[in-house]
Every structure is written in structure tokens, then in C-alpha cells.
Ligand binder design. Structure first.
Ligand code: F3S
Length: 391
């Protein structure tokens, strides 16, 4: 540690910074880091009261009392509702005020009220930049698509990094740890994003903490890569993947493990995540939709109407929603709801009185039954919109 960092640890810069530094030093010791390195931004999860609970409120109260403040740009993950949704779900006052306290505490600590899992559409990190991000889907996107460097932080360590502006130098911050450790041959062409992302979920499950190099996937759009990474990160611990087709030179050198995956493997993964019940809520936007996805949804909804008694929720960031009022109008004109600040998974969706959620996201399919007690059916974006509409 530098002399300056030691002073912070001794409390000379105030008790808030001291506590944040203690968290980072402890983590650095656990992972054998030799030093702290500066990070350009932090992204903090644990914003939804549904998943974070009272412990988060207590921790933030303590940090505020100690005078902690973010020293670098820091963004926040989705919370449990947006204002319109709190009315639709008829949320009790205690939940609303607990959630409001959580969000305003983060703001008082100097974090931005982005409330999205796709902060990279708002502030795009440069390749090679070092970050301290929680939210596994954002981490894997930052490492794999943007070629930035971040470990998969937890909410407290990302918050501590936001306050100190540094993180322990270990894991994916070091080039030698970013090499692939397992080669995955993809022996079929996924017919839609559900097959592609379920392949990702399976890859995550197989790789655990090894970095996969995928061979056989070509020409994927940004939103497809976003969902592919999110699925890997929820199926296992994946925080970085490589695509063989994206590299000009062979990167498979030194890899000792190889796995081939075919259509049958993916179909049984889909079967394991999906029920066959009739859905009454259709959810697109896990991770939050990009502008590209909103454009696609708006174009597919042209001339269609969402059926009576059926809900269509499209989740995106407030930033994107405000940038594209034309798309929001087109989607809501057809009977969908464009929801920001939250998502179906971290909101109290069970209060809507639905039984089965259709989604194209294996991540949502994996978490929703446990968090909300709902059945999930995996369907592609196109299938979801077709089934949700009467014409
Ligand atoms: Fe984002 Fe919610 Fe999915 S936070 S990654 S939309 S579970």
C-alpha cells in the first residue's frame, strides 16, 4: 500500500473512507492482491429492497453517518419499482418507503440514480479501462464486449470501490488471468436468441469459473451478445468470454479442455428452465433493452394490439426511455408497458396476480421462480410479441 492509502486506512481521511478502505484491504488479502489500482467507475447492485432487504438499509445508514461519499462516477442497478409500477402493483406504503430510502441513500452517498443493469449504454467504458462493477450481466459485457477490466464485485465491494476510487489488483484486472481456459465448439446454428442464450446458460454451467472461448458463433448483434453474457453469468460464474471469430489470431493455444455442444444439449437446457403453461405476462428486457431492441419491438408491434388480460412489459433504462419517446409511444400505443428503473425479476411482480411469465431471458427464467414463485416459459422475442397480441 502507498503511504497515502495507509493514512486512509488509519482513518486520517475520515471514518467513511476508512471503512471502505478496510473492505478493500480485506478483499485484497483474501485474493492475494499486491496493490490497489485506480478504477474509472463503479456500478453498484443491491438496490432493490426486495433482494437487498433491511441489512442494506442499515449498512447505508452507517456509511452516511460516517460521511462516506463516492469519489468516482458510480451508477446503480435496478430497484423494485418505477412510480407507475408501484401503483399498478398496489405496493404497500412500507415497501415503497423502504425502497425510496434505499435509493435516496445511494444518492446521498454520491451515486447516480441510473437504476439500470445496462449502465454501459449511458457511460461507455474505454477498452482497457479498469472498473469495479457488480451486476454479473454488466460485468461480463464490460469484459467481453467492451474489453474493459472488472471483477465480478459484490454490492459492498463495488460501493467501497466507488468511495475509495480503487480496487484490489487481482483476477480480471491482470492480463494473465484473462486468457481462455476451455474451448467450446458450438456445433449448430441457434435459430433464435432463446437458443443462443440458453447455450450461454449451459456454457456458464459447464465452465464454472473457467473463461470460455466459443467457436462457431458468427455475426452476433450487440443485444444478442448482451443476453449471451448475461445467460453465462447466471448459469455459472462467467465474467469474461471470448469468441474465436472475433479474434484475428489463434487464441486457443494452451487450452487443455474442450467441449462440443449441439442442438440437443441446448433444447434440454431450455426444457429444464421452461414450463409449458400459458403465459399471462410477457417480459422482454433482461438485461434491460437497448435502443436496438426497442426499435425491433416497436417495428414488430406495428399494426398489432396486446390482448385483453395479457400484460406485455418491456424493461429498459430511464436513459434509453427518455432518449426514444417515439419508440415508447409506439410500444405503449400497441398496449405494452415500457418500464424503467426496475425489472420483472427484482420487482414485486407476484402482486400482479399472474401465474406464468414468458420471457426470452434464461437469466430471468432461472431467478423468477425462486424470487416470485411464478412459472416461466422461455419464448423468443418474436414469439412473445406474437402470442401477446390478438392481431
Ligand atoms: Fe437486469 Fe433484472 Fe435481468 S436487473 S439483468 S433485467 S434480472
Amino acid at each position: 500500500m502507498t503511504r497515502e492509502e495507509e493514512k486512509v486506512l488509519d482513518g486520517e481521511a475520515g471514518p467513511g473512507l476508512k471503512l471502505a478502505m478496510e473492505i478493500l484491504v480485506k478483499l485484497g488479502d483474501i485474493f492475494g492482491a499486491e496493490k490497489l489500482i485506480p478504477v474509472e467507475s463503479a456500478h453498484v447492485s443491491g438496490i432493490s429492497y426486495k433482494t437487498a432487504g433491511d441489512a442494506a438499509i442499515e449498512f447505508l445508514r452507517e456509511l452516511k453517518e460516517l460521511g462516506a461519499k463516492a469519489s468516482i462516477p458510480a451508477t446503480t442497478n435496478p430497484c423494485g419499482f418505477d412510480e407507475r409500477l408501484s401503483r399498478i402493483l398496489d405496493l404497500p406504503e412500507e415497501l415503497i418507503s423502504a425502497q425510496r430510502e434505499l435509493v435516496s441513500s445511494y444518492e446521498e452517498l454520491g451515486l447516480q440514480r441510473t437504476l439500470t443493469c445496462v449502465p454501459y449504454y449511458q457511460h461507455r467504458p474505454e477498452p482497457g479501462s479498469h472498473l469495479a462493477w457488480a451486476e454479473s450481466s454488466a460485468v461480463v459485457y464490460a469484459n467481453s464486449v467492451l474489453n474493459a477490466c472488472t471483477n465480478r464485485e459484490g454490492a459492498p465491494s463495488a460501493l467501497a470501490a466507488a468511495i475509495v476510487g480503487k480496487t484490489p489488483d487481482h483476477g480480471l484486472h491482470r492480463p494473465e488471468n484473462r486468457k481462455p481456459g476451455i474451448l467450446i465448439h458450438v456445433d449448430f446454428k441457434p435459430k433464435d436468441e432463446v437458443e443462443l442464450w440458453s447455450l450461454g446458460f449451459l456454457v456458464g454451467k459447464i465452465c464454472k469459473d473457467k473463461i470460455p472461448l466459443l467457436e462457431g458463433l458468427k455475426g452476433l448483434a450487440d443485444w444478442e451478445l448482451k443476453g449471451l453474457g448475461a445467460a453465462m453469468a447466471s448459469g455459472g460464474m462467467t465474467a469474461l468470454f471470448h469468441l474465436a471469430e472475433a479474434h484475428g489470431e489463434p487464441v486457443a493455444e494452451g487450452i487443455e479442455e474442450e467441449v462440443s455442444l449441439g442442438k440437443e444439449d441446448v433444447l434440454s437446457t431450455i426444457e429444464g428452465l421452461s414450463s409449458s403453461n400459458e403465459p399471462d405476462l410477457f417480459f422482454i428486457g433482461c438485461p434491460h433493452c437497448s435502443e436496438e431492441e426497442l426499435e425491433l419491438i416497436a417495428s414488430l408491434l406495428k399494426g398489432r394490439k396486446v390482448g385483453k388480460g395479457v400484460h406485455l412489459w418491456i424493461c429498459t433504462s430511464r436513459y434509453i426511455k427518455e432518449r426514444r419517446p417515439d419508440l415508447v409511444e409506439a410500444i405503449e400505443g400497441a398496449g405494452g408497458l415500457v418500464i424503467c428503473d426496475t425489472c420483472v425479476v427484482v420487482s414485486w411482480v407476484e402482486r400482479l396476480g399472474v401465474d406464468t411469465v414468458a420471457t426470452n431471458s434464461p437469466k430471468a427464467a432461472y431467478y423468477l421462480p425462486g424470487l416470485s414463485g411464478l412459472d416461466v416459459r422461455l419464448m423468443s422475442l418474436r414469439e412473445c410479441l406474437r402470442s401477446a397480441c390478438t392481431k
